[in-house]
Design a protein around this ligand. Structure first.
Ligand code: MRU
Length: 344
């Protein structure tokens, strides 16, 4: 599998996800501003991958302190953290990773020491993410029956994480256990993460996948081809409301109508226990051109008014279970979420 990101020669090398599947190319971040640019432009995307990239962005800022002999390194790093924090608003993993790094920024450390500490933290965020995803995979695979038809949305796979994936990690684990599964991947307009990334990733792994446009989901469910839906998440509240890629909510409603379980796979770092209701989650509104065009080709009248929220919220009562590395939260509510998330 192609690596989503790596640290090399004091630079962050990102797989350029905007170019897939046509081109496998890499984007080099030499400073934290490059990382902000990459996060905003979806060169790197998916909640856990955004968090890890931001942590490496902080390592780049610390490296700059060393290289340029910046006098007040602590101040410079906190400024970098503030700027990285506004790159995308919805995925809470970004703030989780920045908070983890900020804890290391104390006034008594030299720039060198700050750099070593922050780089070590970024490495461990990335490395741990893969371990967590594999754990989630083996826990979640229990929910996947033999010969299951599985519908997924957007890309919650290796590209969206340090590796292995969350929702696709569960699918991968079921496949590795020898279950003969068949995946339906929603195309995921406007930016086609399902078509460009999920279909590509599953084909690489030889996991049977069929691509559908988003508006075909109801049809495939009605035809009895789907036994379960599984998606990732960008932020989950204390009562289990789930923000994920726009279109996820519609799938949950359709799943309920067809009596199909609706599962979410997400690490503990995706939970935001400071929020109760999903209405409190900031939803990113992206550029209108993403809807008026498909990758630069105009498909709608110029200047037609457009709505382009990147995420929606699925209320907890539509979620059958949330799979985490600490266990499965069935029929999520505040008690059930806290019990699993606050356990060690
Ligand atoms: O806009 P994106 O591509 O960053 O959105 C990604 C998603 O919505 C994913 O489903 C989510 O981040 C989970 S990734 C493990």
């Amino acid at each position: 599998m192609i690596e989503t990101m790596r640290w090399e020669d004091n630079a962050l090398i990102l797989l350029d996800q905007t170019k897939l599947p046509l081109e496998i190319s890499f984007y080099t971040c030499q400073n934290y501003q490059d990382v902000i640019h990459a996060i905003k432009g979806l060169v790197v995307r998916g909640a856990p991958a955004i968090g890890a990239a931001a942590a490496y962005g902080m390592a780049l800022a610390a490296w700059e302190c060393c290289r340029k002999d910046i006098k007040n390194c602590r101040e410079y790093l906190l400024k970098a953290a503030d700027e990285l924090a506004v790159s995308r608003p919805t995925a809470v993993n970004l703030f989780w990773a920045l908070d983890r790094v900020k804890e290391l920024i104390t006034g008594d450390k030299s720039s060198q020491q700050l750099f070593y500490d922050i780089l070590a933290a970024a490495d461990s965020i990335l490395r741990d993410d893969v371990i967590i995803n594999k754990k989630m995979g083996s826990i979640g695979a229990r929910l996947i029956p033999q010969k299951a038809g599985i519908l997924t949305h957007c890309n919650a796979g290796a590209f969206a994480t340090g590796g292995y994936g969350t929702a696709l990690g569960v699918i991968r684990a079921a496949h590795e256990e020898g279950k003969e599964i068949k995946v339906f991947a929603d195309e995921t307009r406007p930016l086609l993460q399902g078509a460009r990334l999920t279909a590509f990733e599953l084909m690489e792994e030889h996991i049977p996948v069929t691509l559908i446009t988003d508006n075909m989901a109801g049809y495939v469910m009605y035809k009895g081809l789907v036994d379960l839906v599984i998606v990732g998440a960008d932020r989950i509240t204390a009562r289990g409301d789930v923000a994920n890629k726009i279109g996820t909510y519609s799938l949950a409603v359709l799943a309920k109508e067809h009596n199909i379980p609706f599962y979410v796979a997400a690490p503990v770092s995706t939970f935001d226990l400071t929020l109760k209701s999903g209405n409190e989650i900031p939803i990113e509104e992206r550029n209108a051109q993403e809807v008026r065009e498909i990758f630069g080709y105009q498909t709608a009248p110029l200047n037609v008014p457009v709505l382009n929220p990147a995420f929606d919220v699925t209320p907890h009562y539509l979620v059958s279970a949330i799979i985490t590395e600490r266990g499965i939260i069935y029929s999520p509510n505040e008690d059930a979420v806290r019990k699993i998330i606050l356990s060690s």
